[in-house]
Write a protein that binds this ligand. Structure first.
Ligand SMILES: Cc1cc2nc3c(=O)[nH]c(=O)nc-3n(C[C@H](O)[C@H](O)[C@H](O)COP(=O)(O)OP(=O)(O)OC[C@H]3O[C@@H](n4cnc5c(N)ncnc54)[C@H](O)[C@@H]3O)c2cc1C
Ligand code: FES
Length: 261
C-alpha cells in the first residue's frame, strides 16, 4: 500500500483484554481481523492510543501474536501513550497496519538465536511461533524475573531458553550481553553456525555489537512519528556510508553490518 492508502484506511479494532504482567508490562489483546489476517512476524501496528488529539502522534507496537482475527501486543509503560493504553480495558481502538517489512524466512540448516531485552521479545516470539524452526535458542534479558505467564508463553515457542536478570531473581545474574558471552564460551551458542535476531533497548543492542555483523539482524524499536515513510522521524544511520534508513519503511529489521547503533 502507498502511504495515503495506509493513512486513509485505519482499522477499528476492539479491545478484548488488557492484563498487567508485572514489571511495568501489559498484554493488550485486540480483535482486528483485517490486520491479523495479513500481518507477518516483525511487522508492527501504529496505534492511536485514544480518541481526540492527545497525544497527536500514533505509537508503534510490534505484533506479539496474531491468530483467529486477534492481535496480541506486549507493551511496557514508559510515557504518555503507553500509560493511556495501559488504562484502556475495553472499547474501539484505531490502528494502521500491518506496517514495516516482515522478517525474512529463517534458515532451516542453521541455529536461529533470538536475543531480546524486555518487550523486544514480542516480534521474536511471533517469529519463532510462525515458522517451525528446527533449531532455535531464545535468550531473554530483563531487570527482574519474567512473570510466570510470560515465561510459559516463551516455552510454547522454544525448547531452548536462557534468561538473565539484573537482580539475579531468575537465571543468570547480570546483563544479557554477559550471558551471551558465557553461552559462546560454553559452546551452547556457536556464532559461526548461527543466525542472530536481536530486539531490545538501545544499550542492549550496542553491547551485542561483537556478534558477527554479517550473520546478525537487528529489529529497531526507536522513536517514530508518521510510521509510513514521510517524516524521517525514525532515521537510523547507515554504517560506513552516508545517509539514513527509515525504520518504518526499510525496517524495522536491518543487518547489523548495514546500520550504526
Ligand atoms: C517498530 C517498533 C516496534 C515497537 N514495539 C514495541 C512493543 O512491542 N512493545 C513496547 O512496549 N514498545 C514497542 N516500541 C516502542 C514504543 O513505540 C514506545 O515505547 C512508545 O512509543 C512510547 O510511547 P509513550 O507515549 O508511552 O512514551 P513518550 O511519552 O512518547 O516517551 C516517554 C519517554 O520514553 C522515551 N521513548 C519514547 N519512545 C521510545 C522508544 N521507542 N525508544 C526509546 N525511548 C523512547 C521518550 O524519549 C521519553 O523519554 C516499538 C517501537 C517501534 C519503532
Ligand atoms: S516515522 Fe516517519 S518516516 Fe518513519
Amino acid at each position: 500500500m502507498t502511504w495515503p492508502e495506509i493513512y486513509l484506511n485505519p482499522v477499528q479494532g476492539e479491545i478484548l483484554n488488557n492484563i498487567d504482567l508485572g514489571d511495568g508490562m501489559f498484554q493488550l489483546v485486540v480483535s482486528a481481523q483485517e490486520i491479523a489476517d495479513r500481518v507477518k512476524p516483525g511487522q508492527f501496528v501504529s496505534i492511536k492510543v485514544q480518541e481526540g488529539f492527545h497525544p497527536l502522534i500514533r505509537r508503534p507496537y510490534s505484533v506479539w501474536n496474531a491468530e483467529e482475527g486477534t492481535l496480541e501486543f506486549l507493551i511496557k509503560v514508559v510515557g504518555t501513550g503507553s500509560k493511556i493504553l495501559y488504562g484502556r480495558k475495553r472499547g474501539k481502538i484505531d490502528m494502521l497496519g500491518p506496517l514495516g517489512k516482515p522478517f525474512p524466512e529463517p534458515p532451516y540448516d542453521t541455529d536461529v538465536v533470538v536475543i531480546a531485552g524486555g518487550t523486544g521479545i514480542a516480534p521474536l516470539m511471533f517469529y519463532l511461533k510462525y515458522h517451525s524452526i528446527p533449531k532455535s535458542i531464545l535468550i531473554y534479558g530483563a531487570k527482574t524475573s519474567p512473570s510466570d505467564y510470560l515465561y510459559s508463553r516463551m516455552q510454547e515457542v522454544c525448547d531452548n531458553i536462557f534468561i538473565s536478570t539484573e537482580d539475579g531473581s531468575f537465571g543468570y545474574k547480570g546483563l544479557v550481553s554477559e550471558l551471551v558471552e558465557e553461552l559462546i564460551k560454553t559452546k551452547e551458542v556457536v556464532p559461526e553456525k548461527s543466525i542472530f535476531f536481536l530486539c531490545g533497548p538501545h544499550g542492549m543492542l550496542k553491547s551485542l555489537d561483537f556478534l558477527p555483523h554479517e550473520r546478525t539482524y537487528v529489529s529497531m524499536e526507536g522513536v517514530m512519528a508518521c510510521g509510513f515513510g514521510i517524516c524521517m522521524g525514525c532515521a537510523v544511520k547507515k554504517r560506513n556510508k552516508k545517509g539514513y534508513f527509515r525504520t518504518c519503511v526499510e525496517g524495522p529489521l536491518f543487518k547489523l553490518k548495514d546500520i550504526e547503533l
